[in-house]
Design a binder for this molecule. Sequence first.
Ligand code: GUN
Ligand code: ZN
Length: 445
Amino acid sequence: MTGAAEPGAASQDELLILGQTLRLREDPFLVPPEDCAAHDSRGGVLVREGRIAAVGPADALRAAHPRARVEDMGDALIIPGFVDCHAHYPQTGIIASWGKRLIDWLNAYTFPEELRFADPDHARAQAELYLDLNLANGITAACVYCTVHPQSADALFAAALARGLRLCAGKVMMDRNAPPGLTDDPRRGHDESAALIARWHGRGRLGYAVTPRFAPTSTPAQLEAAGALWAAHPDCLMQTHLSEQPDEIAWVRELFPEDPDYFGVYEARGLAGPGAIMGHAIHLTARERAALAETGTGVAHCPTSNAFIGSGLCDVAGLARSGVPVGLATDVGGGSSFSMLATMRSAYEISQLRGAPLHPAQLLWMATAGSARVMRLDDRIGRLETGLEADLVALDLAATPVAAQRAARARDVWEALFATMILGDDRAVKAVWSGGRPMKRPPGA
Ligand code: GUN
Ligand code: ZN
């Protein structure tokens, strides 16, 4: 085990979290999954000033840091906090809405609810609820769509700042094919987004994501304005949707007849490259797949949503192997769960339907380091490495009777972890830390 205990004086300000530790050192889509991980059945993570100060065997860390406050998680598995690289907080209230496919689902459920975010009180209440649900599920960082209303972004950023969370978000830009109360125009969308960047980007652990919703709800002029804004603020992210359903793709072809394909619409307007995050990216042409890889554009895999809204089976492993940065996402509330465990289960089931099961290391990677890379935060979060921010989760691999009896038969950590990926929910998320501060404590603690 590398990164072993550091010598020297210990301090009361140090926190030592003990449990099993599981570290993914390399991308399991590129190296054999078994070769990329380090598991310690009695390990520890030392936290100092909000960061991971050391990872190593529990006994060595205890000996080297005798004054550190100890939180012993027993057999729970200490992993990085989950990173959700695509979610819509305003859709919390309409999660689990029945029977529609994408365009009808947007019109019937999503847009009426998003209209309510003109009210800052509603936005504030939903922002708090969204962050509560994230933390209960071990999601310590996310890249989030707000609504067209700047106050919806203010509400989420303020709530995340107060909790000290790492979070990226943006006000949606839409100037056509949406109800009047949900549209801006190219100038207003640009200027309101620029004002939000000035107000929030870089404060605490917050970042801004320029957020044209998707090609059908933006004119070419608005996409140009979004591209210009991102070019002026290149350390922001850019998030949008790509090739989720066939009807949507046909609509984009009608709306943008001059462009080669759906991804080409974004490329032509400066909306591709590292830090651009394409939600879904299911029905891609060979050119689009190659262009995603060549430009270094990220993809947010949204498996529960892709099943729930009936969108299709994304070839996320193929994209990852061709060099596209891929992360895992709840896509709340087109997605059907706030649980990243449920999201990993769905990703696994979709990979089975494609005939190539994802390894648990690949699932865990996408839910942590993969999403962090898509958000260009892989030097800050997503792995158990010295120097990274101490956003951590303790996973109980025996949280329910069915998981406990399955874990008891497991021959290795992967088998036990996989059982909780398939069977688990927020009950398996025993404790959560954000920047080293407790956000969820074990029952009775
Ligand atoms: N495409 C454009 N907007 C949305 C949205 O809110 N959810 C999903 N799943 N797809 C979209
Ligand atoms: Zn989405």
